[in-house]
Ligand binder design. Sequence first.
Ligand SMILES: [Zn+2]
Length: 327
Amino acid sequence: MKRAKKKSRISSKSNHRGPVLALVIMAIIALSYAVYRKIDLMRSADREKSIRLILTTLDSYYQSTASKKSDTWWLETAPLPGAESFTLLEARKNKIETMIRESERISDLTKVLSSRFRSVGLGLMVNGEPRQLNKVGSVPTSPTNRIDICIIPKDGPTIHGSAMPYWDPRRELLMIPAINCPDPILKEILFHELGHASRHNALDGNPYYPPTSEAYAAEEVEMHELGGQILDFESKGLYLKRIREVVVRAKNLRSFEKAIGQLNSKDLAYIDALFGCTDLAIPSFQLSSQALLQVGFAWCDEHHLGPKEKIKIYQWFGQNIASVPLN
Ligand SMILES: [Zn+2]
């Protein structure tokens, strides 16, 4: 009986405790949610602020330098077939072949790509269609070590409506606009696209990745990092030195957006000058996009963050910063 009474006391106590406990838990959940929402709202406000800062830096840099920057094309229109045109393009082909061959010692990947693509077949975009450039005879089919490059003259249409180079996996052609740009930039562009070419072609049978996929972004990260290594090699270490200086400025900043926001107009001017792009437009855009991503990647390395975070940065960049597609 005593025992039963005790039991009933306990059970009546726990009957009260149940609703109280539930209320406390609900209150904690509500409070946590409120705090979480607040942090989340702060974070998204912070993110917005960082994006605005980056866009403002780009706007003010390009507005202040607009009078200086322009591009010239080494080919305004597709030349008429003839010996003179052939000589012009043959010289360009030889230059690109030499560039590919001489870059093999820059990195492991340039070594792979240099041996993969030993010879260049140069074509021209004529009235929106790529044309092979051959004196006579047939084009060899699917040799393992050849890359076909299609030069787009100024009057040639570009698929993206921009003058950016790209690898066309359907035609298996590396499309390059005939814009005059300094050799280090051409080399960076070339190897970035050769990287894509080596992964997506009928011979190697690798699939095409949708642009929104993680695999696509992962490959872009790899090629942009390769681009950074090439620019660093070409500038004898000055390029990545400057990028690291930006990351040092962002030492106590906990998000990649804030770190990238540390890249300022002086950095952009320095990098343009480093590669002879002070007076050029498109090569300078190429460099600034590369530099923004590069700061993000270097920030990841500094914080021992792996490829996942770099992929996130690339995707974030495409959604928030890049006004032209990165190819
Ligand atoms: Zn790419």
